[in-house]
Design a protein around this ligand. Structure first.
Ligand code: CU
Length: 320
């Protein structure tokens, strides 16, 4: 399948100020509220401190100033003003939490995302689509994301979408997201999860419902057969060695789950969770020595000749 998106579309820096969903907009509005209130109080304290220091200082007067004890008006003000602020922010926060995280009732998740050391798996329930690292989602729909982990605690955070949420082995966490407009939204794993934590980048490709459905339909089909002798030889190596016990390629007997699903690997723009472009040279280097490319990655080094690596690369790039 031809890629329906372009990396140049990356539409946001990873910033909460770049809200791209109503959920993120609510969070940022609340954050601004806190910022304004806290800055106002800070300013008031600074102004009063400076005023009092200047107004009541005296180098010559040694007589003790007039002592005042008790001022109920001032005391009521000092207690009620912060109380009012606390109440306002309490309800504002509660309201925000309820709005961005409403009850799921029996709503089924639209997508199940699982964190692995050090890549992301995406399963579209109801569709026969499983993919990795590049996660496609439709715009304009209120989506329920189900998030969990296959090994250690990871954390899902695409700042433009709003909340950040832990992915915990054995537990499902949920997040609602409505993406305002098409684009590529980036994030990173936000809970230290081991050696390659930094190379566990999130890439969400948000598409109009029409483009998204085209993508989904194309990804629901099984992998195509290898087209030439080189790729056929690669497929034979893939099926004949342990590749097939760690990776799945739908339509073949390769059904491993320890590594990313490779059924449509060739249509992904990047590889290894956003570490590099998906091109023959990078695939070649990866297969020659995975530990050199992404040290610690849970893929062993194989002792292949150059030809075998070339054949495998040909097969993998054809998995579109
Ligand atoms: Cu992680």
């Amino acid at each position: 399948m031809k890629a329906t998106f372009d990396l140049a579309l990356i539409s946001s820096t990873q910033s909460i100020f770049d809200a791209a969903s109503p959920q993120a907009e609510k969070i940022i509005r609340l954050s601004y509220g806190f910022l304004v209130a806290a800055s106002g109080i800070l300013l008031l304290v600074i102004i009063l401190t400076v005023y009092i220091t200047i107004r009541f200082s005296s180098k010559t007067n040694t007589v003790e100033p007039r002592q005042i004890s008790g001022n109920s008006k001032l005391e009521i003000l000092m207690v009620s003003f912060p109380m009012v602020l606390v109440v306002i922010f309490y309800f504002w926060s509660l309201n925000t939490i309820n709005a961005i995280n409403p009850d799921r009732a029996d709503q089924k998740p639209d997508i199940i995302i699982t964190g692995h050391q050090w890549w992301w798996e995406a399963v579209y329930p109801g569709e026969k689509v499983i993919t990795a690292n590049e996660i496609h989602l439709p715009t304009g729909e209120k989506l329920l994301l189900q998030l969990n982990s296959a090994d250690v605690i990871h954390d899902w955070w695409v700042p433009s979408f709003g909340a950040k949420i832990d992915m915990i082995p054995g537990t499902d966490n949920y997040l609602w997201v409505t993406i305002n407009k098409p684009g590529i939204y980036e994030g990173t794993c936000s809970e230290f999860c081991g050696q390659q934590h930094a190379w566990m980048r999130i890439m969400v490709v948000a598409q109009s419902p029409k483009d998204y459905n085209t993508w989904l339909t194309a990804h629901a089909v099984k992998a195509g057969l290898p087209l030439d002798t080189l790729a056929r030889a690669g497929a034979a190596i893939f099926m004949g060695t342990s590749c097939s016990s760690c990776h799945s390629v739908q339509g073949t007997f390769a059904n491993g789950i320890a590594g990313p699903n490779l059924t449509h690997f060739g249509s992904r723009q990047t590889m290894l969770a956003g570490m590099m472009d998906n091109n023959p040279e990078n695939i070649n280097n990866w297969l020659t020595d995975p530990q050199k490319v992404k040290p610690g990655a849970h893929m062993p080094r194989f002792i292949f000749g150059k030809d075998s690596v070339r054949e495998l690369t040909a097969y993998l790039t054809q998995l579109k």
